[in-house]
Design a protein around this ligand. Structure first.
Ligand SMILES: CC(C)(COP(=O)(O)OP(=O)(O)OC[C@H]1O[C@@H](n2cnc3c(N)ncnc32)[C@H](O)[C@@H]1OP(=O)(O)O)[C@@H](O)C(=O)NCCC(=O)NCCS
Length: 173
């Protein structure tokens, strides 16, 4: 049951909870994220607060009894010729809350939000990350390629599947 889970956009006041969950994800699943713990641990809270208020970029959080247990991020590409595209990033659900469709709800929120701002949503997922791949494919993301050795964690390289979701026709910019 996920009826007791509240999904909402994170606000600057959620910066500490966001930081803790983000660092947990980077620690327990380093191969799942482009960012690394070493880089993110030194990001000041003030910078995180600013990022959490930088609309239309957004981070959606899943709350269980007021505790942040999952998150999914959305960012619009910066450059003029790429501002019609957005990126799904930072999808993470605490281990004890997995298997309850929380990631599915979080990513659906990102999609709904993205529809208001971009016409294409992109994502990258580890080729062996069955849970995330199933989540994204199930929500309509299509694979368009594989990036070999996309990430390196220590001495291990990880291939990533590149995905897109075409939002054109659903009210996108
Ligand atoms: C991947 C992750 C976000 C999934 O979170 P979750 O809340 O358990 O996922 P959901 O319950 O919403 O599952 C969505 C779908 O994927 C399936 N799924 C989830 N985890 C799975 C797994 N390990 N193996 C197979 N299928 C899985 C579910 O059965 C569900 O399918 P359905 O819609 O057909 O029922 C979570 O395992 C996680 O945080 N992993 C570590 C970080 C990570 O890999 N992030 C993704 C970066 S790209």
């Amino acid at each position: 049951m996920t009826s007791d889970i509240l999904i909402r956009p994170l606000e600057p006041a959620d910066a500490e909870a966001f930081r803790a969950l983000r660092l947990e994800g980077l620690t327990v699943a380093p191969e799942a994220f482009g960012a690394s713990y070493e880089e993110d641990v030194s990001v000041p809270l003030e910078t995180i607060r600013a990022r959490l208020s930088a609309s239309p970029n957004a981070v959606f959080g899943a709350f269980a009894d007021h505790a942040l247990v999952g998150m999914a991020g959305f960012a619009v590409y910066d450059r003029m010729k790429a501002r019609h595209k957005g990126l799904l990033w930072g999808v993470y659900v605490k281990a004890e809350w997995r298997g309850r469709h929380i990631a599915k709800r979080l990513v659906q929120q990102v999609i709904d939000h993205a529809c208001q701002h971009v016409i294409m949503l992109e994502a990258a997922v580890g080729l062996t990350n069955d849970g995330a791949r199933r989540t994204y494919h199930g929500l309509g993301f299509k694979p368009y390629g594989i990036q070999r050795k996309a990430l390196r964690v220590g001495d291990t390289f990880y291939d990533e599947e590149l995905l897109y979701l075409d939002l054109a026709g659903s009210g996108g910019a």
